[in-house]
Design a protein around this ligand. Sequence first.
Ligand SMILES: Nc1ncnc2c1ncn2[C@@H]1O[C@H](COP(=O)(O)OP(=O)(O)OP(=O)(O)O)[C@@H](O)[C@H]1O
Ligand SMILES: [Mg+2]
Length: 385
Amino acid sequence: MTWDACGDADRAEIPLLGVLIIMAFDKSSLPDQDADLDDVLQPGTCLSNNQYRIESYLRAGGFGITYLARNSFNRDVVVKECFVPSFCTRSHTAVRPRSEASKSQMQKAIRAFLNEAQILSQLQHPNILRIRHSFQENDTAYMALEYIRGHDLLDMIEDKVTLSPHQIVLLTQKLVSALAHVHDRNLLHCDISPDNICIRADGEPVLIDFGSARKMADGIGERNSGFSMVKDGYSPPELYEANATVTPGSDIYSLGASLYHAITGHAPLDSQSRLAAVSDGRPDPVPSLAATVTGYPRGFLAAIDKALALRQADRHASAQDWQRALAEPAVETATRNVALLRRVVVKPQSAVIPAPKPAPTALRADGTPRVQFRYPPSQARVQTA
Ligand SMILES: Nc1ncnc2c1ncn2[C@@H]1O[C@H](COP(=O)(O)OP(=O)(O)OP(=O)(O)O)[C@@H](O)[C@H]1O
Ligand SMILES: [Mg+2]
């Protein structure tokens, strides 16, 4: 299908949907299930009265599928679709519950998705993903998002893209500033990790994926207002607890862990194993960056070590505190580039191109391929908030 076939090309974007929806969405009981290729919208599919035309599939996560699309001004946008493979299936373009029992789960997922859109709409910062529009269609919900031309940090790390200490320092300053902006609005991200940080072609970092974000009252993340995605290596110990007290310090830990990964080329050991080692009187298996890495401004690495403290009380009290620690001007003499890693996520596309087939991780029993997921279940788990 061509763009013309989608009809009206000059429609203005319409505003975000209504008020903040408080969600109470327990995903912990869901079985791990992959989307398969039949679940993905086909290139040429038009959405929102022809405002968006799907160009290609980008990624499938546990709760959504992202696509590269064109808007009615023929500009690239990212469209994220609420699609939970555990209880959704596709019938033509519509998303259907897999069973009667899945119906209410699906409704909760849609409310959670719209909540993510609402949270994003409250944030305006050069290093935070901009949302353009959210809407409901095909019995599910969608977000139209700014397209970040670049790669996510995880892909860069995995593909060994080299970032200099200077670039990492600049990236850190911007991400800490973005985090301060989130916390200033009484919000918590709750899922900061390298795959949720995109790097534009000009090196500018952008914090994305507010799917686990929650509101904060009196400095603590609200309970039962959502769910948290626990990612080994990036999640602080408190996020593993059933009645976790999530605070700005939890995001600070996750950002510290993401930067640790960027600097060393590997994610820190998961915080529960660290905690177990320290409780046993063994040394912390995550070595101090300040003691082991050179070539960075004085205090810069120590500030990441502080962000990665196991006890919340030992971390920076706030993102602003971390910003102040970054104000140290002195630079050590020995510089060395850091090998980072990468795989292309989002390729700039100039014309109508058929969706690339995602690399299948396995075949289903009937021989059809599954869609690739970023984190195997052992690394990414969903926990009830
Ligand atoms: N606006 C964007 N521009 C470019 N690439 C993007 C954009 N949004 C997402 N991506 C890419 O798609 C990947 C998945 O997006 P995102 O993190 O929003 O979804 P997810 O992790 O699948 O989310 P969920 O946990 O809600 O299922 C990102 O890691 C990034 O590589
Ligand atoms: Mg993500």
